[in-house]
Every structure is written in structure tokens, then in C-alpha cells.
Design a binder for this molecule. Sequence first.
Ligand SMILES: *Cc1c(COP(=O)(O)O)cnc(C)c1O
Length: 431
Amino acid sequence: MNFYSLNKKAPKVSFKDAVVKGIAPDRGLYFPEKITPLPATFFEEIDSLSNYEIAFEAIHQFVCEDISQNKLNTILEDVLDFDFPVIEIEDNIATLELFHGPTMAFKDVGARFMARCLGHFSKEKSNEVTVLVATSGDTGGAVANGFLGVEGVNVVILYPSGKVSDIQERQLTTLGQNIAALEVDGTFDDCQKMVKTAFLDAELLENMQLTSANSINVARWLPQLFYFLFTYKQLKSKNKEIVFSVPSGNFGNICAGMVAQKLGMPVTQFVASTNVNDTVPQFMRTQNYKPKPSTATISNAMDVGDPSNFIRIRHLYKDNFDMLKQNLSSYSFTDAETKEAMLKIYKESGYITDPHGAVGYLGLKKFKEEHPSAYGIFLETAHPVKFLDVVEETLGKSLEIPPQIQKVMDKEKNSIKISTYKEVKDYLLGR
Ligand SMILES: *Cc1c(COP(=O)(O)O)cnc(C)c1O
């Protein structure tokens, strides 16, 4: 399988090169040349397949020549060694809990898959790879954990100082080994800009093999399609129209869901739920894509003003707005609405959501106003304790800290404070 650049000014590359490069030389995102639907029998019999078998069938076509079937199986068994439960909290409304991985963020699957692919590829070369990644919250921890100790790979994480939660910060600043954290005096968009500048910096590129671990990297982005298939497996016997509401920031997760749909998974609609960073909801109203600086919110992993994967979504729908609109609805919600929803869900069902999941719930409710018979799933993308302060304050209740989180709370933070791109570059060049 080859991947082409969405800017169409760079040569096609293999899966391996797309993973190692991260982004095409013309700055475009890589996109698979072909998405071949899985046979109808796959979906008819999905409830008799294991998660590994489902994942293998779904991802195999994208990586085929570059990783042997045996190796791919080993990687998937390693990556998917936890549960993805679907829990009904109201009639026709369920949550898909994606937080049972090692950092309790849904990004664990993509980050671990990418780390194992990159580890496999860099073994064949003597060259080390440096993974440079900007995080608005959860990416950093998941990437740090996924890549920890992977030989031939160094990881440098940029995060906005004071704008990630205490737990998130600990998860990316306490590991050491091949993981370094740069604490940027600025916003997530500033971090992302620095990363993008580094990828264009000829002097850096001469000195090192740089790659990204954001969802622009195909090995981070594509495995997320598993979640939707695992959910379908659990809901198929209900025989209902399925709607997914995805709390969205960079729009990688929801775009992967749309790839699952292209693979033939029956789903009626995707709802992209956002906080007040509403570039996409605005676009779906006006057809006018106007990126803007990000605004800080309580669902900080979604504080993105110019979502990098939205271009992949538009491309999936051939830039046809009417076609896109038939599959995608998008709504935005304020922090006040989010807190109100967290409290309402807790009071009515006893279920505790984190702010991101609550935004997903709100988007689903909004969609269901006009489609009451659909079965809706909102993705719970992080464990509530990762947003401890806001959850405890909103619910007036203290949460129990799970052991994998307690472990990092006791470790010492280790970050390098920076404020300019030059400092990032000097760090990377060891100056
Ligand atoms: C990253 C993240 C999101 C947004 O996912 P995208 O794929 O960037 O849209 C939502 N919730 C949490 C908790 C996240 O970490």
C-alpha cells in the first residue's frame, strides 16, 4: 500500500516511509492510496472475532508489505492488551470507555502502535529517529509511555506551560530515559507551530531523522479505527442505527472512525463534538473554514483552533460538502454547559464523565433531538481522574486515584523551560 501527500506535490511512499517521515516533504498529510472495504461476512460475523482478529483484518491492507503478518500480530497483541467496554447509561445512549490503557487516555493505542512500528523500522537502520511531538494534554503522556525504552528512538515532547493538568504533566515529565519534555511558555498552537517549523528546518533535517507522533502520523491515526469496530461488535445484535459522537480536537479519532465506515462498517452518522474551539462546527454551518487561535477550556485536549486532520476528512468526502454533511454533524459547547452535563449525568445515572466525554455526550444529545430512535455512543476519551480538579469541583465529590496514576504522582517532574523556536532547535542539536 502506498500513501500520497494531500498536497499532491511529493512522491508516493510506502507505509514505512510515511511512518518514518511523519509528514510529506511538501508539508501535506499522507493518505492511503486505496481503502478497500472488508467483505460483508466480516461485519456479519464480527461478534465471533477477537479484538486482535478484528484489528488485524482492518489494518493489514495499510501496512501489508512493510510488516510481516507474524510481526503485525505480535504488535497488535501487545498494543491491545486491555478492554474497550461499551456501557449503557441511558436508554439508547452508551459510552465507549477508551481509558483502560496504561496512561488512561485513548491515545494509548495509537501511540503504542506507532512506537512498535517505528521501533521495528529503525532496527533495520543504524540511524536514530527523533520523535518530536506537541501536546495539548494527553498525547504527551501516551506517546511518552508508548515509546519509553524503545531502542533507536528519542522522544521530545513540547507542552504549553500551565495549560495541561497536573496528572498529564507528571505523565510526560517523570519518565526520563529516552523521553524529554520541553515546557513552552505559550499555547498549544505555539507548540504545534514550533514542531511544524522544525520539520521545515533544513539544518535540523541534515542532522537528524525527525518524525512526528501527532495524529498526522499514519501509524498514530489509523489504529484508532479499531475502537469503532470493537463497538460495532458489541452493539451489532441490537440492530439499531448507530451514531458515534466523538469529542474532537485535532479530528484524528473521528477521521479514523470515518475510515472504519469506508471499510464497510454500518454507521448512520458521526457527530464531532467540540468545546468553544469551534472551527469545524462553524465550517459545517457556513462552509467557510476559518482557523483561529485556540482558547483554553476545561477539556484542554481539544483546545485546537486549526485541527490538522480535518483536511483528511474533507478528502475522504472528495471535498463534497453535501456528501460530508450527510455523514457528519458538529456542535460546540461551553465549559458551563460541559460542567452542567457532567453533573446531570452523575445525578441521573451515577456515571462519572471527564470533561471531554461530557462534551461528547452533549453533542450526542443535540443530534438525538432530531433523531430520537438512533442508538448513540459517545467516546469517553480520558479517565475522569486525569481532570481531577474540575471533576471533583463540579461533582462535589472526591475521586479515587487508580494505581497507575498514583505511581506518577509520586515522581519528580523534570522539564526544560523554553519560549522560542531557537531554544527548541538548540536543544535538538545538543547546543
Ligand atoms: C486527544 C484527545 C481528544 C481529541 O482527539 P482528536 O483525535 O485530536 O480529535 C479528545 N479527548 C482527549 C481526552 C484527548 O486526549
